[in-house]
Design a protein around this ligand. Sequence first.
Ligand SMILES: *Cc1c(COP(=O)(O)O)cnc(C)c1O
Length: 392
Amino acid sequence: MGGGLWAGTRSVRYKMSTISLKPRRRANPGIRKLNPYKPSKSVGDLSMQFGITDVVNLASNENPLGPSPAIRRLLTTLSVSRYPDGNGSMLKEALAQKHRVSPEWITLGNGSNDVLDIIARVFLSPGSNSVLSKHAFAVYRIVTSAVGAVPRMVAANTEVHAMPYGHDLNSMAAAINDETHVVFIANPNNPTGTWLAEGELRRFLDVVDRSVIVVVDEAYIEYVEEPGFPDTSEWLKEYPNLIVTRTFSKAYGLAGLRVGYALSHPDVADLLNRVRQPFNVNALAQAAAVTALEDKMHLENGIAVNRRGMRQLKGGLSAMGLRYLPSAGNFLCLKVGSEAMKVYEGLLRRGIIVRPVEEYGLTGFLRVTVGLTEENERLLTALAELITGAKR
Ligand SMILES: *Cc1c(COP(=O)(O)O)cnc(C)c1O
């Protein structure tokens, strides 16, 4: 609650607990019990809490370069007085070309989180369940509970597995029952960074009944350089129950504009588009996403910056004796140990925001986004100060 529009309204404080008591009882039961998504600390929080303005934000896996310069120019020229194109025709056309499908295979979202929410509303309801891995992206659980369905959380790989805490597809397949309507898979996964190879993902899709929707969330795929990593958008014609989700929030640097999309068989896309709000992707976001797809050089730059930053971070962390989970994305999940929350606070006081991942069942870990060279350096220096002598 900073200044701006709400400055001066501070004195008008209602007793929320008494006001909300009765409507609370009328809320959808899945939502009453829902443990909501906790966003990371923001740059604004830090300036209010500690008066720090020189902040390095490595908390949310955004692209440290930001969007293509062409987008910054574009945003100043667009009109905001008209409704956006409700069909998103230009963007869908550009995406259709990129993925070599026709536009009927695409569903646009206000971020890919919106697409995940739409998928839950279409395929899940009270009495059905979704299967997801422990330590998987939190939104799968939230969208499932919000429609009154049950998230079936499956045990992940153990710590000694080659992909520690990653998805265990055999256990996930075994957890599917007659009430399972959706399976959520993140590849690579956030917050672990772990990934699934082509062979194992294919075997999974081959054994799952074709009436069960399998969502493969590829939010970080542009960053992935591991050989044998599957691009499941190329498998859509083989699996009519497959939905692939993609986003402009990470490698394309457009997290603040909110654009994502799903690729699926047109029959599935038709269902998704029935509940999609007609203007869910705003006009600036649509235009920016089209421009982002054209600026391949900017995308490549960002990938190169990530590759170098990843090497820098891994080198620095290893030198300190800090371990991290394998990651194919633009972030690392660090094993800090019992001092993790103290280290997190210490970083905040030094103007560096990272992400505690306790709520993901990863107590003792911190997730850090790969930033620019100077940002990574600041993180490493601060970590070295905080960790020297600390018990791990
Ligand atoms: C960041 C992220 C997304 C992207 O969400 P948007 O709503 O598109 O910003 C999706 N899935 C995973 C696993 C993510 O980490």
